[in-house]
Design a protein around this ligand. Sequence first.
Ligand code: BTN
Length: 270
Amino acid sequence: MTAILSKESLANTLQHLPIPQIHYYDEIDSTNEQALKLASDLAEEYTLLIAERQTAGRGRMGRRWVTTEGSSLAFTIIFKPNKQEIGKLSLFSLLGGLAVCRTIQSKYGADAQVKWPNDVLMDSKKTAGILAETCWQGEKLTGLVLGIGINLLPGSVPPADELLFPATCVQAHCGQQVERLEFLSAVLGQIIELRNMIMKPAFMQEYTSRLAFIGQQVQLSARSGKTANGILVGVDNEGQLILKNEAGKQKSYPIGDLHLRPGTNQSNNT
Ligand code: BTN
């Protein structure tokens, strides 16, 4: 039986972490939406928002994100990037996927990879998604919110006909019962550890070491319908994806509204 999320159970489980405030909701539209409201105000770094149900959970590229009560995790953590980090905000987006991979490996000894920029795959199926959004007051960045949705238990996996990419849950791959509060505590610990090394070369090195599809043919598609095909070479220091085309020429693609999937050998139209 998996633990119930509540204000009290969260406060107890997370008391060893430097989280200044925990906002728990039985039901909310979207933890990212609420976090953006708080980030524009006085919320401190690592303020956590977590919900059992989201009525308007959102994903990348305007997609919907479904949070299944009792079997998944849906939370958002607020960051306050410093001046130096403002030029590299994309890295925060990568941090979430890396933290989930680390947690799966260290707690259960199971393998997980990041699908650029920040989906988490186990056995080539998606088990977590991340949505980073920023909050500005004029020219001033007041916060970056990192929303993370994780399929932990079998009930969290949406029906295949609703999916663009095959999905799975953590428990299906780690041969033991996954406990939601324990997982949450571990992943928040990893987020805090990685946040302290986000500007160091070791961060991108570790990210690259966990990148799915390296050396394979992939296709990037934009919402406009434009596509780019090539061999996935890696990511640069800004987190941009590097593809090599048929002529051997390398091109970088920024994190944005681009969707990556394994591909066939086709020409580019981006
Ligand atoms: C994706 O895969 O497209 C990203 C999904 C991000 C979902 C999380 S769940 C918590 C937070 N609140 C939201 O509305 N979205 C993010």
